[in-house]
Ligand binder design. Structure first.
Ligand SMILES: Nc1nc2c(ncn2[C@@H]2O[C@H](COP(=O)(O)OP(=O)(O)OP(=O)(O)O)[C@@H](O)[C@H]2O)c(=O)[nH]1
Ligand SMILES: [Mg+2]
Length: 408
């Protein structure tokens, strides 16, 4: 955004220069030189948090199908880390949860009242959760700052997410939150699977496809936490993942279309399974928690070796493209300035300018053309900014949990 305001400053300077050019054609050369200088001063100042990257704490984002046991698993994680003298910081991102069975350091419900959001925007439950998350995402840099300030005293950051998995994993806010964590700390995804409900091979396949899509979307190390092993052991799932023939055998008497598809998909997913860590846990009884945390530590190492490098590469590439785009725009502006010579030129300020006959130099697709994701985010941020106060407090926890300025 800083670059945008600089762009506007440059536009203002350019506008002043252009107007004075019209009034005094004799000073044309000098002014256009000044204009060039002011453009050259426009630095592309992309802030990158990669230099502030910390190896600790490890962020565990708990996702999974509705009712798979995410919140219960979180409670067990909180209890287990506490009992093992491990220091954890707990964040709840589910605005619709009625009661939390653990104490959260940051709770989205303290900031956004989901029922009020539903009323105010005339939304259903899913729309309410999505909008609440979007509102919270606009303040997520503050959450990261709070966690960063405590980083030295923490081993894990535990994050619970809404029941409707797609709201988190496929929304812009979910992506923003995940990326904000991953660009500051090693971050892993714990995908909670309802083991007893996955004993049917077709249901198992549909669950694995979901996990696979999350891996694609987040590009973060993923751990499968087969939950509710107090009801059903997860051995069958491990066998199906290790040996597709065992999976095919489970589908033996089923000749339906879905089974044929599941058979084919199991061959495709072989590669996906090989790169996964899987553990069996019971969020209710607490079995398997040590193994799960070992898998988390292994995945955090993996994050530092592979994922972090990939993340840095993607960020550098994005920055390079952005710089190229801005340089191209500046070049166009420079050419237009030369072409317009002494004529009066009105620059677009982004507001609707009805002045007839005026030539707009900055108007045009190029200036506003943005990366699609970024554009979407900015548009929603702008809409949201209209809805929130501008108050910014300096407190840390208080700021995040109570005074973020949402009117809900
Ligand atoms: N037997 C058994 N039940 C469990 C286990 N973990 C969770 N449950 C039960 O599963 C139900 C759903 O658990 P939650 O923790 O609310 O699941 P969730 O994924 O957070 O649910 P949403 O947030 O609504 O998607 C509850 O009745 C839990 O008691 C477990 O390990 N064993
Ligand atoms: Mg829950």
């Amino acid at each position: 955004m800083e670059t945008d305001s600089k762009m506007q400053d440059a536009a203002t300077n350019a506008s002043e220069n252009a107007t004075s050019t019209a009034s005094s054609s004799s000073g044309k050369g000098k002014e256009s030189e000044e204009m060039m200088q002011s453009m050259e001063k426009l630095q592309i100042d992309e802030s990158s948090s990669s230099s502030d990257f910390k190896r600790k704490p490890v962020v565990i984002i708990v996702v999974g199908m509705a009712g798979s046991g995410k919140t219960t698993f979180m409670r067990q994680l909180v209890y287990h880390t506490h009992a093992s003298q491990l220091r954890s910081y707990v964040i709840n991102l589910d605005p619709a949860v009625a009661t939390l069975p653990f104490g959260a350091n940051i709770d989205i419900r303290d900031t956004v009242k989901y029922k009020e959001v539903m009323k105010q925007f005339n939304l259903g439950p899913n729309g309410g959760i999505l909008t609440s998350l979007n509102l919270f995402a606009t303040k997520f840099d503050e959450v990261i700052s709070v966690v960063e300030s405590r980083a030295d005293q923490l081993d894990y950051v535990l994050v619970d997410t809404p029941g409707q998995i797609e709201i988190f994993t496929w929304s812009a806010s979910g992506a923003i939150i995940t990326e904000a964590f991953a660009s500051t700390f090693p971050t892993v995804i714990a995908y909670v699977v309802d083991t007893p409900r996955s004993s049917n091979p077709n249901t198992f396949m549909s669950n694995m496809l979901y996990a696979c899509s999350i891996l694609y979307k987040t590009r973060l190390p993923l751990i499968l936490a087969f939950n509710k092993t107090d009801i059903a052991q997860h051995q069958f799932a491990l066998e199906w993942m290790e040996d597709f023939e065992a999976f095919h055998a489970a589908l033996e008497n089923d000749e339906s279309y879905t089974s044929t598809l599941s058979r084919s998909l199991s061959l495709v997913l072989d590669e996906f399974y090989k790169n996964l860590k899987s553990t069996g846990v019971s969020a209710l009884s607490g079995t398997g928690m040590n193994e799960f945390l070992k898998a988390v530590d292994g995945s955090a190492e993996e994050f530092m070796e592979t994922y972090k490098a990939d993340l840095d590469k993607r960020r550098a590439e994005k920055q390079r493209l952005e710089e190229d785009r801005r340089r191209g725009n500046m070049e166009k502006l420079r050419k237009d300035m030369q072409k317009s010579k002494g004529e009066t030129v009105v620059l677009s300020t982004g507001l609707k300018d009805k002045a007839a006959g005026s030539k707009s130099m900055l108007a045009g697709e190029d200036i506003e053309e943005e990366d699609e994701d970024e554009d979407e985010y900015e548009r929603s941020s702008e809409e949201e900014e209209d809805m929130i106060d501008d108050d910014d407090d300096d407190d840390e926890d208080e700021e995040v949990t109570g005074n973020t300025g949402f009117p809900f």
